[in-house]
Design a binder for this molecule. Sequence first.
Ligand code: NOJ
Ligand code: CA
Length: 517
Amino acid sequence: MSSKEGTGWLDSAVFYEIYPQSFKDSNADGIGDINGIIEKLDYIRELGCTAIWLNPCFESPFGDAGYDVSDYYKVASRYGTNEDLRRLFDEVHARDMHILLDLVPGHTSVEHPWFQQSMKAEKNEFTDRYIWTDSIWEEPTGCASLRGISQRDGSCAVNFFSHQPALNYGYYKPDPEKKWQQSFDDEGPQQTIEAMKDVMRFWLSMGCDGFRVDMAGSLVKCDEDGKGTIRLWQNIRAFLDAEFPDAAMVSEWGEPDKSLQGGFHMDFLLHFGPSHYNDLFRCEKPFFAGEGDVSEFVNKYIESYEKSERKGLICIPSGNHDMDRLAKTIQGDRLKIAFAFLLSMPGAPFIYYGDEIGMRKVEGLASVEGGYDRTGSRSPMQWDHSTNAGFSTAPKSDLYISQDESVDRPTASDQMADEHSLRSEIKRLIEIRQSHEALQSRGEIIFIYAEKNAYPLAYIRSCETEQILVVINPSDHDVVFPCEYVLKEPLYSFGGKLRVTGEGLCAPARSAGFYKL
Ligand code: NOJ
Ligand code: CA
């Protein structure tokens, strides 16, 4: 069982995202596995991370890297056994850490037995487990479809790739003309939700601490304001409150006001949609590359901050398995400055494996497991200078994705030995975050300088007992901004300290600093 202690640990959590395929191969078959993760837990803890988000590790044909589950109850044999996963939970807890599994409630693989049954012409228990129209010639409203492979006469809604049929949680307002559209209260959607609760029950009873939930905001269809999906999650929240009050829930939703209403503890800032997250790190002129604009990101951030009652529980990831590696656009000192930002914002920070050493995107790879342009950001971790950078002792040709072959590819071992490395800087930043509540998830934030096409970015983080000014200047210029605070010695400074001038404070070129007010 998970340790009975509530979800308070989330307030100071710093997450590390593990893509299991690519982290550490313990049995030389060229693909990462659970025993490999266990071997490297001390590495994650030493960095200062306190929690793990593990990408899907369940049985799957791996047409979308495991986001196409064919058995929710079984660890994919290439990663190990359910017993290995249970041991991972125990080993994580023994290090005073926590772990979230990736729950994919929106769709399954076409190979899932539920779908195999649902495709049959005769009615059965799984007929309404997915969203089907009544005729192969009719498309499901608001979704792409999969058709032509079932005995059943109908088209099935899909969520992401066309081999990921959408589980049936109903339509927000079913169209009476379309009898096949069901409402959340109908039997099919109710059974789907109970089936998903069973899945959660299974892993939570085994000791996982909660879930990162895939596509959490799009389960009920044609639900523009999210009201139906919020209601669905409130139903799950009631189940969790009753049976697993300690389960932590983090959503891939991108609208924290809705996600928190649905009972999630935290939501993710997404790299698509209206968030302007990409303005920071991944656009033609990213703010953190030194010549960009942060103002629209900040405006949007404040908007969702206000909407979610200034709770600020929006997690900003360094990257993830769906986007270009951070180091593709941001390098050198600026990567350190980017982490000074990421590790001083509200919500829990999420570090994508390898971002702590500045792993690069491997360009030009053919798609692996439905990765397409994401494949190069999923290459195996670079641990050291041994065979395959210490990822695996298999022949290079057996690695399931090729590694970065550059002679100067970064490695964890080099960076651990160098106090000026990116990893060492991140370790320092995490230590500072962990010793100042104002910098942690629930500390308030007020932006004091975030002007259009201008540097620096300045904000104040605060809690009842302290206030900390954070000033971030990734540009190549010393920049002055109006600010009347009297400064003490910095808690943290990189690239030089702030100076007082006639017009305000001057932030040195390529610098970041935290100042207690
Ligand atoms: C979001 C996941 O992060 C991504 O990797 C996946 O392809 C889609 N959801 C579909 O499940
Ligand atoms: Ca392996």
